[in-house]
Write a protein that binds this ligand. Structure first.
Ligand SMILES: [Zn+2]
Length: 444
């Protein structure tokens, strides 16, 4: 079977390889893999040649904490702190999803992510209909590790968002069986206990056991909000991350979203266990949660990725906005340059890749890695002149500057349009389902 050879010519290539090389040159892709990166590639056979002048070619952004299920709730949960935000708005909204509305929500979020240069995500779905999120990710071609949200206890949880412990586990395992490794390995499964306040100890321990037995990841929220950690202390007598360690839910295979409120003991647990942190700066501001101490975590050697969380947390899923804010937000606390632009860009690419357990596959432009690539059009006033690529990428580039996106070597965005998606009809569907959910939940 002849392989498809794609030659991307004449871009400024931000490789993120160990030497952090930036070169004016070419990238050769064979099917889903990068097979050469060099100043001038003289390929003997090329099926497709793309000239990319005035272009930054970067590894696709990796966002290790997203809720595609919440995209339809954009702008409908403003002005609340975490626990009220969940009980008053997000849980009732999620409970009102049908498979159809969830599919539209995931399609809309996925289109926004791809269009703005994110090629891989770790997604926490809702409790029901997780199949619909996988179907949307399959259709869009985005690289996605997805998990059904696990909830078998909790105050203020709508009835149909609460599973029995057995059902929560059984459905997770069935989804993992069906989807983990599907679509050339693009789709994967991770257990997603929502947070310790919504899960019994029995469920958390079973998740740790089953995840390890199957080599699957664990994805949960931790220490986002002061009220949340207080509630965890009341319930367990322990700090949140200490409790997670007690339950077995920390480790190289685990991603904790937020980690705003950590004791120094909990920071040590993250370091000792190799647990990953998903930093969501916009969400932490909008929900008035706080500012995560990212420079301190990095100095300890803890891996951090950057993510937008969900649309009701911050309205947009543009990874470049999160990247910019992540770099800016530490300044008042720790001084200018506390998180350098090069380091911030590393978190948005390799940091996310490590969190997903995919650092050998994605996160940089290197021979042998997957061709998850993003072309940024530099012909804009706000990107001119370009003194430093990392400064440009972190502070200047917006998702709307993305011109082309390839995932697994397949072009998913061309000239700023997601291929195979009719945006006007998707938008109409989204408006219709969002209105229906808002009306239904207003009656309750
Ligand atoms: Zn979240």
């Amino acid at each position: 079977m002849p392989r498809h050879r794609l030659l991307l010519r004449g871009a400024t290539v931000v490789t993120m390889n160990p030497g952090r090389e930036v070169l004016a040159g070419d990238v050769l892709v064979e099917d889903d893999r990068i097979v050469d990166v060099a100043p001038k590639i003289r390929a003997t056979r090329v099926d497709e040649l793309r000239l990319l002048p005035d272009t930054l070619l970067i590894p696709g952004l990796v966002q290790p904490h997203i809720h595609l299920c919440q995209t339809l709730f954009r702008g409908r949960a403003d002005g609340l702190e975490l626990l009220d935000w969940l009980r008053e708005r997000i849980w009732p909204f999620e409970a009102a999803h049908t498979p159809e509305s969830l599919y539209v929500s995931a399609m809309l979020g996925g289109v926004e992510l791809l269009r703005s240069g994110t090629t891989a995500i770790l997604d926490m779905a809702t409790v029901r209909h997780t199949e619909a999120v996988f179907q949307a990710a399959k259709k869009l071609g985005i690289r996605a590790t997805i998990g059904k949200a696990l909830m078998d206890k909790g105050q203020g949880v709508p009835r149909n968002l609460k599973d029995t412990t057995q059902d929560a586990l059984a459905e997770s395992l069935a989804l993992a069986e069906r989807w983990h490794g599907a679509e050339n390995g693009r789709l994967r499964y991770a257990f997603a206990p929502r947070f310790v306040l919504s899960c019994t100890e029995e469920l958390m321990r079973a998740v740790a056991r089953e995840a390890r037995a199957r080599g699957l990841g664990i994805h949960t929220h931790a220490s986002e909000n002061a009220g949340e950690i207080e509630a965890v202390r009341e319930a367990s007598g322990l700090d949140n991350v200490s409790f997670l360690r007690e339950l077995g839910c920390v480790g190289h295979d685990t991603v904790l979203a937020h980690c705003v409120w950590l004791t120094s003991e909990e920071q040590k647990i993250l370091r000792e266990t190799g647990t990953h942190v998903a930093h969501c700066p916009s969400s932490n501001l909008k929900l008035a949660s706080g500012v995560a101490k990212i420079p301190e975590l990095l100095a300890m050697g803890i891996n951090v990725g950057i993510a937008a969380d969900g649309a009701p947390c911050i309205n947009t899923l543009d990874g470049f906005l999160e990247l910019r804010l992540a770099a800016l937000i530490q300044g008042p606390r720790s001084g200018p340059g506390a998180l350098s632009s090069e380091k911030a860009f590393e978190l948005a690419t390799l940091g996310g890749a490590r969190a997903l357990g995919l650092a050998d596959q994605i996160g940089s432009i290197e021979v042998g890695k997957k061709a998850d690539l993003v072309a940024i059009d530099l012909r804009a006033a706000h990107l001119t002149p370009m003194a430093d690529v990392y400064s440009t990428l972190v502070y200047g580039v917006r998702g709307s500057d993305v011109a082309n996106v390839w995932v697994d070597g397949v072009e998913r965005v061309r000239n700023g349009r997601v291929r195979g998606v009719k945006l006007p009809s998707l938008r109409a569907e989204a408006e219709r389902h969002a209105s229906r959910i808002a009306a239904e939940t207003a009656r309750v």
